[in-house]
Structures are given as C-alpha cells and as structure tokens.
Design a protein. Structure first.
Length: 291
C-alpha cells in the first residue's frame, strides 16, 4: 500500500519550523536577560545576578499589589463582559422594532481605538464637567471623583473596558447563536418547557464552547490591558490602577531597569499561561464532555 503524503506539508512545515525556532531563541534570550543586571543607566556594565530579579519581585510589595490588581481587573472584566454580552444577545434574539439599527450601534465601541475610548471616558468622568457626575446630580447623588479616588479609579477603568469590549462578546455569541440548530429549541417548546427553561437547559449548553472561547479571548486581552490605564489614570492615583503590565512599563522606561522589567514581563507571562491553562481545563473538560 502506497503511503500518500499531503503536498501542503511542504508549505506549512517550514513556516512552523521557522516560527518555532525564532520563538525559542527569543524566549531563551529574554530569560538570559532576566538573569542579568541590565540597566540603561549603566550601559555596558551589566553583570550576571542569577535569580536575584525573581526573588526581588516576590519581595516587592508594589509588584505583588500590581499582580493582585491584574487578577482583580481580569476576573471582573471577563465575568461582566461575558454575562452582560450574553444577556444582550438573548435580548437581541427576539423580534422588535429597529432591531438591525440597535445591533449595529452596539458594535460601534469595538471599532474605536483604545486611545479614543480612554480620552472619551476621561472626559465623561471629569469631576467638574463630566457627564457621569451630571447624571448623578440629576438623581440627587453627590458627585464622585471617578479617576482621582484610589477606591474608585480601578472600577472607572473597568467601566470603560466593559463598554468597549462587551460588543466583542456580543458579536461572537451572536454568530454562534445564528449558527446553532433550532430543532432542539423547537422540540423543548413543543414539550411544554418555559422560555427560561429553554434558554437555561437547551440554548446555553449549545453555546457553551463558544462562550468558553470568548471568555478565554477576553481574559487574555484583559491581562494585557495597557492603553486604557495609560490614557485614563497613568497608574494612579496612589498606584491604585497600576497593573503588572503597567508596572513593567514604569520599571523599564522610568527607572530604566531593563532586566527587572523583563523579569516582571516573564512573571506575567508565566502567570497568564498557568491561569489560562487552568481556565481551559475547567471550560473544556476531557471526561464527560458533550459534543
């Protein structure tokens, strides 16, 4: 029996090999830099310090707090965006007037660049002339310092992130819903199931894989969030919105400690991979998984 070979392998195998070798070399080089004491203030005088940068991070309260804020922001942003996006998709699945216009307008935020979104919400949260405090005053509520209060600033950035990226969840969930078969839904309704039972026991399980993929994508993006924090708060006030990604930027381009900044980035990468693998294992169990 003659073994047939796939001719397309001659195309993608060299590309995969080049990308794999490049990634491996760059990763080893970055790890090597993290084991040294490289600073732009002492160019050409770096020394090998081993794991000192890693032990320094785990003894650095500022870095550990930045890691905690990254975890908090990622969990809140991903959870709110997925739940809110699904709720909106289920609402849009019904027939009502101006449905197409509403669906189009809901997708506008993801078209805007993060810089524009950050500046827009910075104006909205302005304590003197912003729309947010104006609406609070109409409700008889005292004005808030949205971006100037350490207790509120992180959640203000979270609101901007939810506004921009919930439409992304809506877009992918809507595509999954449109491609889902309608026969199980019709059968459940014929059997006398209430609408909420059809949604909870039939529709949501059908969309489980799509929801899981959307949650993974949003978790990755939330961990890497930088633009909104830079535009809206610059990590303040009192470091209350300084995530690990932003902390690495400060270490590299304010303190000029390149090796320590690379160490921070590597720790964030390791933490991200471990968290996403755990999340993937929960969302896509191997045993008892329904197809």
């Amino acid at each position: 029996m003659v073994k047939r070979t796939d001719p397309s392998r001659m195309f993608y195998q060299p590309i995969v090999m080049v990308l794999s070798i490049t990634s491996l070399v760059l990763t080893l080089y970055v790890v090597w830099l993290s084991l040294r004491d490289l600073s732009l203030m002492r160019a050409g005088r770096d020394t090998f310090v081993g794991l000192d940068n890693y032990t320094r991070f785990f003894a650095d309260p500022r870095g550990l707090w930045a890691l905690w804020r990254t975890v908090l922001f990622t969990v809140l942003a991903t959870s709110i965006e997925v739940v809110l996006g699904l709720a909106i998709v289920l609402f849009l699945d019904r027939d009502f007037a101006l449905k197409r216009i509403v669906r189009t307008l809901l997708l506008v935020p993801i078209i805007m660049t993060p810089v524009v979104v950050g500046l827009t919400w910075r104006f909205i949260f302005d304590p003197a002339s912003g729309m947010a405090n104006y609406l609070l005053s109409r409700l008889g509520i005292d004005a808030m310092d949205w971006l100037g209060s350490p207790q509120v600033a992180l959640f203000s950035v979270l609101i901007a992130d939810v506004w921009q990226w919930t439409p992304f969840v809506i877009l992918l969930s809507m595509a999954a819903l449109d491609s889902a078969p309608s026969n199980p839904l019709d059968a459940a309704r014929v059997d006398g199931a209430r609408e909420w039972q059809v949604t909870w026991y039939v529709l949501l399980p059908m969309l489980r894989r799509a929801i899981a993929i959307v949650a993974l994508i949003r978790a990755i993006d939330s961990i890497k969030a930088f633009d909104l924090f830079y535009i809206m708060t610059r990590g303040g006030p009192a470091l209350s919105t300084e995530t690990l990604n932003f902390y690495g930027y400060v270490v590299a381009f304010t303190n000029f400690e390149i090796s320590y900044a690379i160490t921070v980035a590597l720790i964030l990468t390791i933490f991200t991979n471990v968290a996403l693998l755990a999340m993937y294992g929960v969302l896509f169990p191997r045993k008892g998984e329904r197809t």
